[in-house]
Write a protein that binds this ligand. Structure first.
Ligand code: NOJ
Length: 838
C-alpha cells in the first residue's frame, strides 16, 4: 500500500519514463565504415550523504548525482531500484534500520550503478514514565474494539447473531468485508494492555461495547454494528465483544485489569440514536433484553423517537437536535422513559468502574438535556465494582464544528456552560491539513488563539478551560492522515505536536504502527483497519518519550501554550507552569533547514539538550540573558524534518490545571488536578461573587485533591487552593442550584424574525441565565421548529418554581421581550414541559 504522497511520486516517475530516450548501442555507418562505434556513457552512481554505519539518532539521507539531468530512483525495502521505483525529491528520514539503494537514469546515458548504504539505527531508550494521578498528565488511546485484537475466538460468530463475521479481517483485509465483524473483543484489549502500558497509555476510549443489532442491515453488502454505534440495548454487552449471555464479565475483567495497569477506561456512549430505520432491526430498543419499541411501532402518545427526516442543514439548531442523523432512529431524550433509561445506563457503566465517557454525537443530541446528563454523572455517588481510578469521571462529547461554521459559538457555549468537554474537532481540521496535506502552521496557531480566547467576546469564541479539550489528528470517522498524504515522519511530527499541545490528547489505535489503507482514500470503513502488529516502532518509542515528558512536567499537562516562532513549516511554541518550561520546535519542511533568530523563551539561561535525544533529528540550544523571563536563544539552525524539545523542570506553587467536573451541585465531589498542592492538606475555597467558603477535603495529594462543593448560591464560581502562604490561580467553576431535570420550554406566537435575529430565553435562576439578556448570559439561541414558535430544553433545578420569558435578541444587542414572565413549578423528578403563548 502506498500513501497519496508516494502515489504522486510514482505518477511522476511514470511520466518521466516516457521521456527517457532509448539509445541504440551504435549508429550510422554501413558495413565497412571506419567510424568507431559510439559508446553511450554511463550515468554517475548516486552519492548518499550519510555513510553506512550504526547511528543513535534519526538520520536524514540526501541523494545527489553528478550527471546533469539525472533522475534518481530509490528503494528502502531491499529490492533493486528501477525506473518504476520512487523518485527522489527530498532527503529521506531514516528512523529505523534501513537500506537505501539508489539508481540514476539520465537521457543519453546508460543507467548508473546502484549505490547502496545500510543504516543501523539504535535509538536510545526513552526515560521511564512516572506514575500519574490524572488523565491530563497522560494520553488516551482510542480503540475500535472489533478491529484491535481477537482475544476470544468463541465470540467471533455468536449464535444470537450468526453470519456477521468475516474471518479474513485481521489476516487478509484485502479480501475481507470491512462492514462485518472481524473478531476483536474486550478480552483482546485486555490481552494487549501490556503493549498499551509500555507506551504510557493512561486511558483507553473504547467503541460502544453495548448490545448492537443482531442482523445485517445492508442491502447487497453486509452492514453490521461492528463499530458499536447501532445500539439495541444500552444495558447489556454485545455478544461479539463479551459472551453469549450478554453479561458484563469480560467488561468487568477488562476494567479491573486496565486499572491494575494504571489505564483508565472511557466508554463511547451513543445517547443520540439507536440503529438504522427501515433496515436491520428498524430502530429496535431493548431494556435488559426486553423489547420496548421499534421505529415503526413507536406510535404512542409520548414517542421514544423523533420521527423527522434526515438532517440536511447542520446550521439549523432545530434540525441538528430533532432530525435524524444518518438514518439512525433518533431518541427523544425528553421522553421521560428514555431520559431515565439513558441515565440509568450511564450510571450503570459508572457502577462497572468506568472513568468517564465519550458522548457520541453530542452535537445532534438534545443540548439542554445533556446539561442534566452531566449533572447526573456529577452527582452520582454509587459504588463501583470494579473500583474506578481516583478522580471524578472525565466526560467529552463529539461536536464536529470548524471555527468558521455557523454553530461554532454554540459549541463553545455548550461546553463552557454544560460542563461537557468537547473533542477538539476545530483544531482537528487544521491538524489534518498541516500534517496530512502539508498545510501551514499558521492554521494551527490561529485556531489555538481563537479557542483559547476565553468567553469574553460576543458570542463566546473561546473555551474557558482549553486544557480540557480532547485533541486528536486521526479518528474512526476521518481518513487517517497517512491516507491523506502523510508519510511516517509526518505522523511522528503530528504525534509530537499532539502530545505537547494543550488539551487531553487521543492517539487513534494503529497510528503508532503506521496502519492505514488507501482504499476509497481511507474513508470509513477503511480507516478502521485491523491491528496487525503490536511490536516496537520508532513511533512507539516517540510516544514513550512524550508520555514520560507529560507525566514528569506539569507544564505539558496544565500549562499555558504560547507561540514563540512560526512560519509555514516551522512551529516553535512554549508550555509553561511556573518554573516548568517546555519549548517545542518542529520543522516539517522536507529539505530546508531553518535559521532561527529572534527566538525568546522563559527557559532560564543555560544549555539545553534535546529531550528526545535527537531521535527526531533535533538539537540542543543555548539560552542567554537574565532569568527574568523573555530570554534570548542563541541563533541556531533547525534541521528540516526534525522535532526538538527543551525542558526545564522546577518547583511549582499551587497551580490548578483542571477541575472535574467543572459544574456540580453543592455536596457533589469535585477533583482538582494540578501541581504544587503540597503533600499535606491545605485549604480549598469556592467563591461565588463575594461569598467564599472552604470545601471539605476528601483526598489530598500534591497533584490531585478531591473536595465536596460547599453550600453556595448557584452561579459562576472560582476555585482556589491555598498551601501555606501561597494561593493558586482561580479556576472557573459553576455551582448548580440543585439536581437538574430537563424541561421543554416552548412558546408560540413569536414575533416575525429578521434573518439576523435569534430567540433567547432567560429566567430567575442561574440555570436560566439569572435574568441575563445577552448572547453569552441567557439561554439560547433556542430552536425554531417552525416560524412563529420556539422550543428549548433547559435543565433546571428540580422542585423549584421558576420564572422565565423568551425574548428576541437583535444583532445590535437590543431585545424585544415578552410582556411578562411566566411561572413554572418544575417537577421534582422526570421531565417537565411548559408550553406558553408569547
Ligand atoms: C458519530 C460517530 O463517531 C460515528 O462513527 C457514528 O457513525 C455516528 N456518530 C452515529 O452514531
Amino acid at each position: 500500500m502506498v500513501g497519496a504522497r508516494q502515489e504522486l511520486t510514482r505518477f511522476k516517475s511514470m511520466a518521466l519514463l516516457g521521456t527517457v530516450a532509448v539509445l541504440l548501442a551504435g549508429c550510422g555507418g554501413g558495413s565497412g565504415s571506419t567510424t568507431p562505434p559510439v559508446t553511450t556513457p554511463q550515468a554517475a552512481a548516486p552519492a548518499l550523504s550519510v555513510s553506512t554505519g550504526t547511528y543513535a539518532t534519526l538520520q536524514s539521507v540526501a541523494i545527489t548525482d553528478s550527471t546533469a539531468g539525472a533522475t534518481i530512483y530509490y528503494t528502502t525495502n531491499g529490492s533493486a531500484p528501477t525506473a518504476s521505483s520512487a523518485v527522489y525529491t527530498a532527503p529521506i528520514p531514516v528512523a529505523t534500520t534501513t537500506t537505501i539503494e539508489a539508481l540514476a537514469i539520465a537521457n543519453g546515458y546508460t543507467n548508473s550503478n546502484v549505490t547502496s548504504a545500510t543504516y543501523t539505527i539504535n535509538l536510545p531508550a526513552a526515560p521511564a514514565i512516572a506514575p500519574i494521578t490524572d488523565i491530563h498528565q497522560g494520553f488516551i488511546y482510542q480503540i475500535v474494539t472489533d478491529r484491535f485484537f481477537d482475544g476470544d475466538a468463541t465470540n467471533d460468530n455468536p449464535s444470537e447473531s450468526p453470519g456477521l463475521y468475516d474471518s479474513n479481517g485481521f489476516t487478509n483485509p484485502a479480501n475481507a468485508d470491512w462492514n462485518l465483524y472481524w473478531g476483536g473483543d474486550l478480552a483482546g484489549i485486555q490481552q494487549k494492555l501490556g503493549y498499551l502500558q509500555s507506551m504510557g497509555v493512561a486511558g483507553i476510549w473504547i467503541s460502544p461495547p453495548m448490545n448492537n443489532i443482531r442482523v445485517n442491515a445492508g442491502t447487497s453488502n453486509g452492514e453490521t454494528g461492528y463499530h458499536g454505534y447501532w445500539t439495541r440495548d444500552f444495558t447489556q454487552i454485545d455478544e461479539h465483544f463479551g459472551d453469549a449471555s450478554n453479561s458484563w464479565t469480560a467488561f468487568d475483567s477488562l476494567v479491573t485489569a486496565a486499572h491494575a495497569d494504571g489505564i483508565r477506561v472511557y466508554v463511547d456512549f451513543p445517547a443520540n440514536d439507536t440503529n438504522p430505520i427501515g433496515a436491520g432491526e428498524n430502530g429496535s430498543l431493548y431494556n435488559n433484553g426486553t423489547l420496548i419499541t421499534t421505529y415503526s411501532t413507536d406510535t404512542g402518545a409520548t414517542p421514544y423517537y423523533h420521527h423527522n427526516p434526515n438532517i440536511t442543514n447542520y446550521e439549523d439548531r432545530y434540525q441538528v437536535q430533532y432530525y435524524t442523523l444518518e438514518g439512525l432512529a433518533d431518541l427523544d431524550q425528553t421522553n421521560p422513559w428514555v431520559d431515565s433509561y439513558l441515565k440509568t445506563a450511564v450510571t450503570n457503566f459508572l457502577a462497572h468502574g468506568v472513568d468517564g465517557f465519550r458522548f457520541d454525537a453530542a452535537q445532534e443530541t438534545n443540548w439542554g438535556w445533556e446539561y442534566s446528563l452531566e449533572n447526573t454523572i456529577a452527582n452520582w455517588n454509587g459504588t463501583s465494582s470494579p473500583a474506578r481510578m481516583p478522580g471524578q469521571p472525565f466526560i467529552f462529547g463529539e461536536w464536529d464544528e470548524g471555527s468558521g461554521d455557523a454553530l461554532y459559538p454554540d459549541s463553545v457555549k455548550f461546553s463552557n456552560n454544560s460542563g461537557m468537554n468537547l473533542l477538539d474537532y476545530t483544531l482537528y481540521w487544521q491538524l489534518a491539513d498541516v500534517f496530512g496535506t502539508n498545510g501551514s502552521f499558521y492554521d494551527i496557531d490561529n485556531e489555538l488563539t481563537l479557542e483559547n480566547k476565553g468567553s469574553t467576546t460576543t458570542p463566546a469564541q473561546g473555551f474557558t478551560q482549553p486544557n480540557d479539550l480532547v485533541t486528536f489528528f486521526d479518528n474512526h470517522d476521518q481518513p487517517r492522515i497517512m491516507s491523506q498524504g502523510a508519510d511516517k515522519m509526518a505522523v511522528k511530527e503530528a504525534i509530537s505536536f499532539l502530545l505537547t499541545c494543550r488539551g487531553v490528547p487521543v492517539v487513534y489505535y494503529g497510528d503508532e504502527q503506521y496502519l492505514y489503507s488507501d482504499t476509497d482514500r481511507g474513508a470509513v470503513p477503511y480507516n478502521r483497519n485491523g491491528m496487525t502488529s503490536f511490536g516496537s516502532t520508532d513511533a512507539t518509542l516517540l510516544i514513550q518519550y512524550l508520555a514520560a515528558l507529560r507525566a514528569a512536567n506539569p507544564a505539558v499537562a496544565y500549562g499555558t501554550m504560547v507561540q514563540r516562532w512560526i512560519n509555514n513549516d516551522v512551529y516553535i511554541y512554549e508550555r509553561q507552569l511556573d518554573t516548568n518550561v517546555v519549548l517545542v520546535a518542529i520543522n516539517k519542511n522536507p529539505s530546508t533547514d531553518q535559521a532561527i533568530s529572534g527566538l525568546y523563551t522563559d527557559l532560564a539561561p543555560g544549555s539545553y539538550a534535546d529531550y528526545l535525544a535527537q531521535t527526531m533529528g533535533g538539537l540542543g540550544i543555548t539560552v542567554t540573558g537574565t532569568a527574568s523571563g523573555n530570554n534570548p536563544v542563541t541563533n541556531f539552525t533547525l534541521p528540516h524534518r526534525s522535532v526538538s524539545i527543551w525542558v526545564s523542570s522546577g518547583s511549582v506553587s499551587p497551580s490548578i490545571g483542571s477541575v472535574t467536573p467543572r459544574i456540580a451541585n453543592p455536596g457533589a465531589p469535585v477533583t482538582i488536578s494540578g501541581a504544587g498542592f503540597g503533600a499535606t492538606a491545605g485549604t480549598v475555597n469556592f467563591a461565588v461573587g463575594t461569598t467564599s467558603l472552604p470545601a471539605s477535603v476528601r483526598n489530598w495529594s500534591s497533584g490531585q485533591i478531591t473536595v465536596t462543593v460547599p453550600a453556595l448560591a448557584a452561579g459562576p464560581a472560582t476555585v482556589t487552593v491555598t498551601q501555606g502562604a501561597a494561593t493558586s490561580n482561580a479556576a472557573p467553576f459553576t455551582v448548580n442550584t440543585a439536581t437538574l431535570i430537563p424541561v421543554n420550554f416552548s412558546v408560540s406566537g413569536t414575533p416575525t424574525l429578521a434573518s439576523t435575529d435569534v430567540i433567547m430565553l432567560t429566567g430567575n435562576v442561574a440555570e436560566l441565565g439569572n435574568g441575563a439578556t445577552t448572547w453569552n448570559g441567557a439561554i439560547g439561541p433556542v430552536t425554531i421548529p417552525a416560524a412563529g414558535s420556539a422550543l428549548e430544553t433547559v435543565s433546571v433545578p428540580a422542585g423549584a418554581t421558576v420564572q422565565f420569558e423568551f425574548f428576541v435578541l437583535h444583532s445590535d444587542g437590543s431585545i424585544t421581550q415578552e410582556s411578562a414572565m411566566h411561572t413554572y413549578p418544575v417537577p421534582s423528578m422526570g421531565v417537565g414541559n411548559d408550553a406558553v403563548n408569547w
